[in-house]
Design a protein around this ligand. Structure first.
Ligand SMILES: NC(=O)c1ccc[n+]([C@@H]2O[C@H](COP(=O)([O-])OP(=O)(O)OC[C@H]3O[C@@H](n4cnc5c(N)ncnc54)[C@H](O)[C@@H]3O)[C@@H](O)[C@H]2O)c1
Length: 282
């Protein structure tokens, strides 16, 4: 898939992987339309990269995503590339997640991807060649305690993406599902504790934030890997060594592989809380 001169829509573009994708796309000659709920971040990144347009869009709102697609079709002749990247996380046990926590995580991480695919597919199909990139996660490959809603949303993105790429096979639209490991972005800064959990995960969340600020991969590197996968028309891309390792372990022995992945993640982050065994509620 050629990037030069193509119109690319990136959601969650005000920060992290989305902002890095926007910059990397422009560097490769694409014209970018950026969407996010963070207006200030959007204006900053839009100006930095020289975006075609920026839109304040909540991807969990189907009408807003449909309006974005209509605007891109009318003003820019339709998208060739769609990056469904916006995402959020909530930290806490399953029992601490309220219905609102589930609605938020599934709304942004899964419905955002679903609505993006639904709204943009007609205009993508009208192009000679077009591509969808859906951002799942390492947590769409392994099940992690403290992250039930996030894992469910990312497994759902993987399921939707793998089924859709089979459905689209042979047509003008291709699809890549991306599974990044730890990336140095705002995801943990923006993470919320589960509503029913009080503040007893605060120390774990701070520790994970520290880990993310120092030990993880830079988003520019992830954007380069993702765009290389799009150019090569790969359907699945694992980013970061831990993703390759833990995906391999899960394939060899699903139950034991998952346990080893959780153990490895907890060790790496210096936790015996959040990812391994959440501290008991007082
Ligand atoms: N950082 C990691 O380690 C990591 C690992 C695996 C997967 N991911 C995924 O990568 C994607 C990008 O996240 P990131 O790490 O760059 O985090 P980030 O917090 O830096 O960026 C996420 C962006 O999404 C935006 N956003 C949140 N809710 C939105 C909504 N309802 N509508 C539109 N935009 C919204 C935020 O404002 C933010 O700009 C997410 O899907 C995340 O789950 C991240």
């Amino acid at each position: 898939m050629e990037l030069q001169g193509r119109v690319a829509v990136v959601t969650g573009a005000a920060s992290g992987i989305g902002a890095a994708l926007a910059a990397a796309l422009v560097k490769r000659g694409a014209r970018v339309v950026l969407a996010d709920v963070d207006s200030d971040g959007l204006a900053r990144v839009g100006a930095e990269v020289g975006a075609l347009a920026t839109h304040r869009v909540d991807v969990s709102d189907p009408a807003a995503v449909t309006a974005l697609a209509a605007d891109v079709r009318e003003r820019h002749g339709g998208a060739h590339l769609l990056f469904n990247n916006a995402g959020v996380t909530v930290v806490g046990t399953f029992e601490e997640h309220s219905p609102a926590d589930w609605a938020r995580v599934m709304g942004v991480n899964f419905n955002g991807v679903l609505f993006g695919c639904q709204a943009f597919l007609p205009q993508l199909r009208a192009q000679d060649r077009a591509w969808i990139v859906n951002i799942s996660s390492l947590f769409g490959l392994v099940g992690v305690p403290g992250q039930t809603a996030y894992c469910a949303s990312k497994y759902a993105v993987r399921g939707l993406s793998e089924a859709l790429w089979e459905e689209l096979r042979g047509g003008p639209v291709g699809l890549t599902v991306v599974h990044p490991g730890g990336v140095r972005t705002g995801i943990m800064e923006n993470a919320r504790a589960a509503s029913e959990g009080g503040d007893h995960h605060a120390a774990s969340i701070e520790r994970v934030r520290g880990f993310f600020q120092t030990k993880t991969v830079k988003p520019a590197r992830v954007a380069d890997v993702i765009l290389a996968a799009v150019v090569a028309e790969k359907h699945r891309v694992l980013v970061c060594p831990e993703t390759v390792l833990f995906d391999g372990l899960r394939r060899l022995a699903p139950g034991l592989g998952n346990r080893l992945a959780v153990w490895g993640l907890s060790r790496a982050m210096g936790l015996d809380g959040m990812y391994a065994r959440l501290p008991a509620k007082e």
